[in-house]
Design a protein around this ligand. Structure first.
Ligand SMILES: [Zn+2]
Length: 108
């Protein structure tokens, strides 16, 4: 599952896959759909019960976690020693955020 396959109903706060039937059936005037480009857009949103499995969401969060972790590591390589402490704190924060975001996202 990729982020670009997720759409957010801005009015209801529910997230769907792009091909979800309930998105297709929505009347144009009721559509408040936005393509999701950033994982921050779906934090604290409700996954659609029909199209979106929690397992898929978990994959997305994991992918984002790895991406951010890599960014931190690249930065650390660049700046090295002087940021070691800062880096450790950021890593810890990142891990905590990730753990928090996947709470309840186990397979049903
Ligand atoms: Zn749906």
């Amino acid at each position: 599952m990729e982020l670009k396959q997720i759409v957010l109903n801005k009015r209801s706060g529910v997230i769907h896959t792009r091909d979800c039937e309930s998105v297709k059936q929505m009347k144009g005037s009721n559509k408040h759909i936005e393509l999701v480009k950033d994982v921050n857009q779906i934090e604290n949103k409700k996954p659609c019960g029909h199209c979106l499995r929690k397992r898929d969401l978990k994959k997305i969060y994991k992918k984002e976690y790895k991406r951010r972790k890599k960014v931190l590591e690249e930065r650390r390589k660049r700046d090295h020693k002087r940021v070691d402490q800062k880096y450790d704190a950021k890593q810890e924060k990142l891990r905590e955020d990730y753990e928090e975001s996947i709470i309840g996202l186990d397979d049903e």
